[in-house]
Design a protein around this ligand. Structure first.
Ligand code: AVI
Length: 321
């Protein structure tokens, strides 16, 4: 029989939308409705996430930057004379700049992303600031093993994965990601990775449910995107943002809660929501220091060093192969 993907492909949907369409139709058909969080980041979603990083309640970005500013020299010493910096996901250039400035022997910067536009922006921002640095953007899905440019073979490479984006992966996905990164970077390399820490809920939950409602808008934007791109009929007033801590899995979860019994259609398929029924849209895992150490060593890395802010909100881990 024809798979949903075949039907979508023959239905005249542009190829870049089939992955989204398939994920949404599958996710809404589940007993516990859920859509993978990577689909939160359309142009508007990325803009809203940038806004989130400036919120008073959202401590991770500013804390990670503060750790890089305070300990950059020590990090550089501990890391050693890295010649190439390979960034997983072109993150905020502010963090990258701090790291580049601290690494004295750096010759090449390789920002990696699935989105070519993010990479062009990253290159533009850094070309001017670091004229001596060779910038080699790489369009790749970094959750899989990646072939790095031939010119990097034999050089001392440092991987960088900031922002606790690893927290948006489930534990098995995170382990797989770390193992794949080890394969991509190869023997002798190092990996610097930002990880958000477990903490009291009165700090954790407001970070995902801010007073201004920016996170709510970020979450609801997923429904807007479905309406726009997939002929969705979601009534945005009939869904409410909620963020909860799932202590069994050690993660903050974002949900959209149906405010009434209602029926929604997406690409002509109908989905029913009970009043109070939840659509799960994101996981953001939080680790204790030993939990992350164990995850990294399970994935084949050696844990080499660690930096944490005074409030123990956020951590940066240096791993080696
Ligand atoms: C990108 N990622 C690390 C953010 C987080 O904290 O999990 C995304 C986010 N979701 C809600 N607020 C921020």
């Amino acid at each position: 029989g024809k798979t949903r993907r075949d039907r979508l492909a023959s239905g005249g949907l542009p190829p870049e939308l089939t992955e989204f369409a398939e994920a949404v139709l599958e996710g809404l058909s589940l007993e516990d409705k859920a859509i993978p969080s990577r689909f939160l980041y359309d142009a508007r979603g990325s803009e809203l996430f940038e806004e989130i990083t400036d919120l008073d309640e959202y401590y991770p970005t500013r804390t990670e930057i503060a750790i890089l500013e305070r300990y950059g020299e020590d990090m550089s010493e501990q890391i050693g004379r890295a010649e190439a910096l390979v960034e997983f996901g072109s993150g905020s250039s502010r963090k990258t700049v701090l790291l580049i400035e601290a690494l004295d022997a750096l010759k090449t910067y390789v920002p990696m992303d699935i989105e070519a536009t993010c990479l062009a922006q990253a290159k533009e921002a850094l070309d001017v600031q670091f004229p001596g640095l060779k910038i080699q953007p790489l369009v790749a899905d970094f959750t899989r093993p990646v072939d790095l440019p031939e010119s990097l073979s034999g050089t001392f490479k440092l991987g960088f994965f900031s922002g606790s984006t690893i927290g948006n992966l489930t534990k098995p996905e995170a382990r797989k990601f770390l193992a794949n990164a080890a394969k991509s970077l190869g023997p002798g390399s190092a990996f610097l990775i930002g990880v958000d820490l477990k903490k009291p809920l009165d700090i954790l939950l407001p970070a995902y449910n801010d007073a201004k409602g920016v996170t709510a808008e970020f979450n609801l934007n997923l429904l807007k995107r479905i309406n726009r791109e997939l002929e969705g009929t979601f009534d945005l007033d009939q869904f409410e943002h909620d963020a909860v801590f799932n202590s069994e899995h050690g993660r903050v979860e974002m949900h959209l809660v149906s405010q009434a019994r209602q029926r929604v259609s997406v690409l002509g398929e109908r989905f029913d929501f009970e009043a109070g029924e939840r659509l799960h849209t994101e996981n953001s895992h939080k680790y204790t220091l030993p939990e992350f150490r164990l995850l990294a060593t399970d994935a084949g890395w050696r844990h080499a060093a660690l930096w944490v802010d005074d409030g123990a909100l956020f951590s940066l881990h240096l791993l080696r192969l």
